[in-house]
Each structure stands twice: as C-alpha cells, then as structure tokens.
Design a protein around this ligand. Structure first.
Ligand SMILES: Cc1cc2nc3c(=O)[nH]c(=O)nc-3n(C[C@H](O)[C@H](O)[C@H](O)COP(=O)(O)O)c2cc1C
Length: 133
C-alpha cells in the first residue's frame, strides 16, 4: 500500500454546505469504497489538504483523476510513501471544514495516527487555517 498527502487550491470559495463540495464528497466516498481507498480531506479557506491511501494501482488512478480536476489547481504532492498500515482505516473519505474548532476536530481525527511527520503536516495545516488562530 501507499499513502499520498497533497495540498491544492480551490478555484471557488468553499463552504461546508456547498453543493459542489457535497458532490465531490459523495463521488469520492463511492469511488474510494469501491477501490479500497481511505483518507481524510481537510478544507481550510480555499485550500485542500488530502491524505489518500490504499493499494498503489488504485491510488495512482484516483490521484491522476484528482490532479486533472479543474475545480482545484496548484496540486502539490507533499509526501508519497509505502505504508504497512492505514492511518485512516475508518474513512472511505473523512472530511473537515475550516471553523473555530478546526484544530480541535482535526486533533481528534489524527489522535490515532502514529507517524509524527503526518501528524505535523495535518496539524500544521489545521492551525494555519483555523479561524480561532
Ligand atoms: C479536492 C478534491 C478531492 C477529491 N478526492 C477524491 C477522492 O478521494 N476520490 C475520488 O474518486 N475522487 C476525488 N475527487 C474527484 C475527482 O477529481 C473526480 O472528479 C472523480 O474521481 C471522478 O469520478 P467518476 O469518474 O466516478 O465520475 C476529488 C476532487 C477534488 C477537487
């Protein structure tokens, strides 16, 4: 298995109630469940941070689709590594949006993540994009 973490920028402002965002999530959950992928999507302002993990072939197919998606740009792969265990086995695609408690919520989401680098990346992103900062 492999795990990819990337950041990107949305073309349009993102709100949790947006139809577009809900659509991205429902399609992601359907595809990821089908393809054995799991992960976490964090939305802060116009920025996305996504952790995506699973079998390499399915992961690469999904990431190629995501990369080519015109709803966001400046997709930067932060890390790509082989993993023995998933960091987010519970979610076909977990999800969190910027708000007062983003750091708190994300803190809970990554409570069981052992990898310190992954923790720091997700946590740092949440801190930068938390409205309470
Ligand atoms: C920020 C962002 C994250 C996305 N994450 C996923 C994902 O985890 N899995 C997925 O299949 N598609 C994801 N998508 C959607 C893909 O870019 C693409 O639209 C979708 O996979 C096409 O699915 P379809 O061929 O079943 O219509 C994401 C899109 C954006 C903008």
């Amino acid at each position: 298995m492999e795990q990819i973490i990337y950041i990107s920028t949305s073309r349009a402002p993102v709100r949790p109630t947006d139809e577009e965002l809900q659509h991205i999530l429902s399609v992601s959950r359907r595809n990821n469940a089908r393809d054995g992928l799991s992960g976490l999507l964090v939305v802060g302002g116009r920025r996305f941070l996504q952790v995506l993990e699973g079998p390499s072939e399915a992961l690469n197919r999904a990431f190629n689709r995501i990369r080519g998606d015109e709803r966001h740009f400046a997709v930067v792969e932060l890390t790509r590594r082989a993993i023995e265990q998933r960091s987010f086995p519970e979610w076909d695609m977990g999800f969190e949006v910027q708000g007062k408690h983003l750091t708190e919520v994300v803190g809970k989401l990554i409570a069981d993540v052992e990898d310190p680098l992954l923790r720091a990346q997700v946590d740092g992103f949440a801190k930068i994009h938390s409205k309470a900062a």
